[in-house]
Design a binder for this molecule. Structure first.
Ligand code: FES
Length: 324
């Protein structure tokens, strides 16, 4: 979990050089980013992601998928999304090696936690955060298995790098072997096993359903899109937010997020995606009950009511006291 202090101070942000750009699968390019001065980049742990701040103003999050111990280079992989807003199209069609790119982060809401053994489930580009995880777990000696599905073998990135793990990695191209057999994989809860999953929403939802009978902390998923459409604004009501540091009270109207209301009141809070997926705006709740609408917190974290993502989440009552 991000330190509460992390949200009020500026994150690391700099222009990095695209040292290399390469196709790693059909519709997927990898970017190798370095400091133009050759300086070390901030350290990161498996599961971390960074923001790419694109010239159009779009901000996109991508998992770091290189080697966590390598401070000289960050690697991300970008899937072309034909129906997207243009972020991936820019990276694919216009960004070239030798150009600079504004980058922010890294941050991590998909931490690799200790476990007796691990089951990794990847769907398509969801392999990216899992790559450094399997490398780390392999080094630790803990038993693990990766089941990696994709539309076709050609669309599945980094299969060459995964080949060194032998039978611990099972490739499941859909056009050869069909959909992942989640009932067999997850049908029986296995205490001591942590399940890490990243991929398209349909896969994440299906894995969440299958894991509902597993221990509550067994499953960790990473989303880069909101979990589901939020409740209609018509259902929202106004509430008050008290800032603990100053005692100032700010009204949050029904159709406005806490984040926007704070900004309107001249209280900037670090943020990025503004849709509840990146974790940047995580804020400590000192009093009141949050109405969680993010796609970051685990069920346990939600139940604790300790933190909330103020870009999308609201209040169940008429007042929240936030550690701001
Ligand atoms: S800004 Fe990304 S979760 Fe709030």
């Amino acid at each position: 979990m991000t330190s509460p202090a992390a949200r009020t101070v500026a994150e690391w942000e700099d222009d990095l050089l695209v040292a290399r750009k390469e196709a790693v699968a059909a519709g997927v390019v990898a970017l190798h980013l370095v400091s133009p001065s050759g300086a070390d980049l901030p350290a990161w742990r498996p599961g971390a992601h960074i923001d790419l701040l694109l010239p159009s103003g779009l901000v996109r999050q991508y998992s770091l998928c290189g080697r966590p111990g390598d401070l000289s280079t960050w690697r991300v992989a970008v899937l072309r999304e034909p129906d997207g807003a243009g972020g991936s199209a820019y990276v694919h069609d216009r960004l070239a090696a030798g150009q600079r790119l504004r980058v922010r982060g890294p941050r991590n809401h998909f931490e690799l936690e200790p476990a007796d053994r691990y089951l990794f489930i990847a769907g398509g580009i969801g392999i990216t955060p899992l790559l450094p995880m399997v490398e780390s777990v392999q080094r630790s000696g803990a038993p693990w298995r990766l089941v990696y599905g994709g539309r076709s073998r050609a669309s599945m990135a980094f299969t060459d790098e995964l080949a060194r793990y032998g039978t611990k990695v099972e490739l499941r191209p859909q056009d050869e072997t069909g959909l992942l057999d989640l009932d067999t994989l997850l049908g029986e809860p296995r205490p001591g096993t942590k399940v890490y999953c990243c991929g398209p929403e349909a896969l994440l939802t299906a894995v969440e359903e299958r894991c509902s009978r597993w221990p509550g902390d067994a499953l960790r998923v990473e989303r880069f899109r909101p979990r589901r459409p939020g409740p209609s604004a018509a259902e929202d009501s106004a509430f008050l937010v008290e800032l603990a540091s100053s005692g100032r009270v700010i009204e949050v109207p029904p159709h406005v997020s806490i984040l926007a209301a704070l900004e309107e009141a001249g209280v900037p809070v670090l943020n990025s995606c503004r849709e509840g997926t990146c974790g940047t705006c995580e804020t400590t709740v000192l009093d009141g009950e949050p109405d969680h609408r993010d796609s970051v917190l685990t069920p346990e974290e939600r139940a604790s009511g300790e933190f909330m993502m103020i870009c999308v989440s609201r209040a169940r009552g008429d007042r929240l006291v936030l550690d701001l």
